[in-house]
Ligand binder design. Structure first.
Ligand SMILES: Cc1cc2nc3c(=O)[nH]c(=O)nc-3n(C[C@H](O)[C@H](O)[C@H](O)COP(=O)(O)OP(=O)(O)OC[C@H]3O[C@@H](n4cnc5c(N)ncnc54)[C@H](O)[C@@H]3O)c2cc1C
Length: 746
């Protein structure tokens, strides 16, 4: 804290690099010098003799004052330096001031930062991301920026996406990447799931998949494009956030291209809701088309035979009614490459020149001034990935400049608490911080495939399997090395074998079913059909040692609850007083790999949050939640027993046919997983609502100059995968921020 500005001290001074600042705005020109001389403000050029000795004495006096000031400055600088050395790190304050500092380079952060930078080309916007991985074209475009101290305001490399790809670009590799720890927060890897049983009130966070990369979870997600339903926004019940306000953003962000091959059962009939689709937005959305896998049409036809309706236009048309039933998903893929928010907004020439992207910078807290008008955010403190350097970035002014937290629903609450904002906050007490965490709890059910289906469904995956196994194994081996775990040759052999020898997501069909307990006939169960066991939340939970070859023998259907009563609470890790420990026993000391996969950087005293069950609850799921998930599993069994699926598949692998319908309750309790669709922990509302953290303009209640714009602000989890809805929240949030500046500037 020693190098930060004191309360009330202005940050709006211009940066001066040694040039003299003339008082009253005078510019030092010859003309103004003459004027001042006439007014007696400057000494005449020639000094009369009788004044010379007086002038000499004055000069000596000035020299004495200057030397004393210099000594005082050196002394205080030494004190500051020594105290920061005492913390085991170097502390430095940046002399570059920003108009907006956005924390977190996930989909929400990238959209907010890019939109603000584009809207105000003369302002400086900084995007800080903890991770260093990204898609190849994004890394190229931001390469100059990330050399932390030398900021590249221009001269980025034009991305040639076709020429440069890395594994994050290849759609099929999503599950392999998400299933490994690459580009993720450094939770320890799970070697054997039985070592990490579901223990009562605390979710084993090491099983939570959470990206730490430029692009956030949009870098390793399944690219499924599912919008929220109009009724979801009604449930949010926040003024200015109705479906009518938000549909504009869905349209603005997407280019919907419906010109691929027509999947079986796909209806050609256009309906009126097609006017809700975007035609020229930065992110491509395509129907499954080319990517329809061998299992998908079997599943869809069996479900139709079993009496479920057909969602003939990909789940995003016609509101709740159009979504109900089985059909094919849409994906964010462009020409066979992941079309993430990162790629759409940062690659090539898309990145605005006044947007500076710094990766490898983990923000530890927001710096705040206590002012007469209440606390005001004026900067952030961050540490570099090796944990040895702390830096600070400050805002240019305290009227219009702002800090925007977009670190995601899990990490933003930790940052708020680190900054003194939370239930026991020293700066502002906000009960709702970290509460109300929602997700789509998910369970899996799997079946053997007959040999001919297995061949059909797995042949396209051969290369993918090998690469996936390879990446996962390399990552596991590195993690073991970092943890100093030595395997015996018997333990190591299977890993070595997996080291041996790419544009769809690898699955295409799904369904939105309406259980008997659904409210207003809005679907409450989502099915996703994987032609082999690739869903990373499930594979993490199952036997971690199953190889791709084994996984390709079984198909998997995930059953997710769309409107859960279940809630989690984020318990922030203990707030670090300083960043100073080398205590190996300290659980907060985590190891991880850098962007090129090179070990071993250490984040010291990085306090990661925990995901807990609210204290007043005994179980994560309520009995109503369990009942609906059990019903979902039963519907999958029914579809599996119906032709043509029944003719091409074998036994149920898990839960297994021996698990009766009654016993499914227990199965759900023991196997319900998080789905990484986290929302709700900084929920928006009015200041009068006890759990509200931000108001309807996404300003943190009680603090000036600080907003949260990420999945956390969404009050109730939407009806479907969260990415597209978090993107529109960010797009709308950016507009609110921009409009507030315009209003202030009159
Ligand atoms: C495996 C997986 C599959 C998924 N599949 C789909 C799908 O197919 N379709 C869909 O719609 N949704 C999917 N999702 C969910 C979707 O990707 C997320 O809802 C969305 O990415 C959340 O966006 P966000 O910006 O709120 O947070 P995030 O994506 O989590 O981004 C937050 C960013 O902030 C950074 N950050 C955090 N703390 C700090 C700090 N202190 N300092 C600096 N940076 C920080 C993080 O590193 C991260 O990059 C999936 C998620 C996962 C994990």
């Amino acid at each position: 804290m020693k190098t930060t500005r004191g309360p009330g001290q202005s940050v709006s001074r211009p940066i001066t690099y040694g040039s003299y600042q003339y008082p009253n705005g005078q510019n030092g020109s010859k003309e103004s010098e003459e004027k001042q001389r006439e007014n007696g403000a400057l000494l005449p050029k020639r000094v009369p003799d009788h004044l010379k000795s007086q002038s000499r004495t004055t000069r000596w006096l000035w020299i004495l004052v200057a030397v004393s000031l210099f000594i005082a400055l050196v002394f205080s600088a030494t004190i500051v330096h020594l105290s920061s050395q005492g913390e085991g790190i170097k502390s430095e304050a940046s002399d570059i001031l920003f108009d907006y500092i956005v924390v977190g380079g996930g989909p929400s952060g990238i959209i907010v930062a890019s939109k603000l930078a584009r809207k105000f080309p003369s302002l400086k916007v900084l995007l800080l991301e903890s991770g260093t991985d990204s898609q190849a074209s994004v890394l190229q475009a931001t390469a100059g920026d990330s050399k932390s101290s030398s900021f590249a305001f221009e001269g980025f490399v034009d991305g040639d996406d076709a020429a440069t790809l890395n594994s994050f670009d290849v759609p099929l590799l999503w599950s392999g990447l998400a299933g490994t720890r690459r580009g993720q927060w450094p939770f320890p890897p799970v070697m054997n799931v039985s070592d990490f049983p579901w223990h009562g009130h605390r979710w084993p966070i090491e099983k939570t998949l959470l990206a730490r990369a430029l692009g956030g979870c949009g870098l390793h997600n399944a690219m499924l494009y599912v919008r929220a339903l109009p009724s979801d926004f009604d449930l949010w019940n926040v003024s200015g956030w109705s479906y009518e306000h938000m549909v504009k953003h869905y349209k603005e962000l997407e280019t919907f291209k419906d010109d691929g091959p027509i999947p079986p059962f796909w209806s050609n009939t256009t309906d009126s809701n097609d006017s809700h689709r975007g035609e020229s937005g930065p992110i491509m959305t395509i129907p499954a088309g080319y990517g329809v896998d061998a299992v998908a049409p079997l599943f869809v036809e069996s479900a139709l035979q079993a009496g479920f309706p057909l969602a003939s236009r990909g789940f995003n048309s016609g509101g709740a009614h159009g979504r109900s039933g089985v059909g094919y998903y849409e994906f964010n893929i462009r020409d066979g490459v992941r079309d993430s928010v990162a790629r759409a907004f940062l690659a090539g020439k898309s990145k605005p020149k006044n947007l500076i992207v710094q990766t490898g910078a983990t923000v530890t807290r927001v710096l705040m001034d206590a002012q007469r008008k209440g606390p005001r955010a004026y900067g952030v403190e961050y540490m570099t990935n090796n944990g040895r350097r702390i830096g600070r970035y400050a805002l240019r002014d305290r009227e219009r400049a702002e800090i925007i937290l977009a670190a995601g629903a899990i990490m933003s609450p930790q940052l708020l608490v680190n900054s003194g904002i939370g239930p026991d906050g020293s700066v502002v007490q906000l009960e709702g911080v970290g509460k109300n965490l929602q997700d789509h709890p998910v369970v899996g059910i799997s079946f053997e495939m007959n040999p001919e289906l297995m061949l059909d469904s797995s042949s396209v995956y051969t290369i993918g399997d090998e690469l996936e196994d390879y990446l996962q194994t390399v990552s596991e081996l590195r993690a073991l090395r970092l943890m100093d775990i030595n395997l015996t040759s018997t333990q190591r052999n299977p890993l070595n074998q997996r080291l041996g020898t790419l544009g769809t997501s690898g699955f295409s069909a799904g369904g939105f079913l309406t259980s008997p307990w659904a409210v207003d006939n809005v679907p409450d169960i989502q099915l996703t059909v994987f032609p082999r066991q690739i869903e990373p939340h499930i594979t993490q939970h199952r036997n971690y040692q199953e190889t791709g070859r084994l996984r390709s023998r079984i198909l998997l259907v995930t059953v997710a609850l769309l409107s859960p009563e279940a809630r989690f609470v984020i318990t922030p890790g203990k707030v670090p007083a300083t960043v100073n420990t080398t205590d190996q026993k300290d659980q907060s000391v985590r190891t991880f790999s850098n962007s090129s996969g090179t070990p071993v950087a250490r984040i010291k005293k990085l306090k990661l949050p925990y995901i807990d069950i609210p204290p007043d609850r005994k179980q994560y799921l309520t009995s109503g939640d369990t009942q609906r998930l059990v019903w979902g599993l039963q519907q999958v069994r029914k579809i599996h027993e119906t032709a043509p699926m029944s003719m091409h598949t074998g036994d149920e692998v898990y839960p297994g046919s021996h698990v009766s319908d009654e016993a499914l309750v227990q199965y759900v309790h023991e196997n319900a997983l998080t789905n990484s669709h986290f929302v709700g922990t900084s929920r928006m509302g009015t200041a009068k609502q006890q759990d509200a953290v931000v108001d309807q303009r996404l300003r943190v209640i009680g603090v000036r100059g600080l907003r949260v714009v990420d999945g956390g602000v969404i009050p109730t989890v939407p009806n479907g995968n969260t990415h597209s809805t978090i993107a529109v929240v960010a797009s709308h949030g950016a507009d609110l921020i921009a409009n507030d500046r315009i209003d202030k500037e009159g």
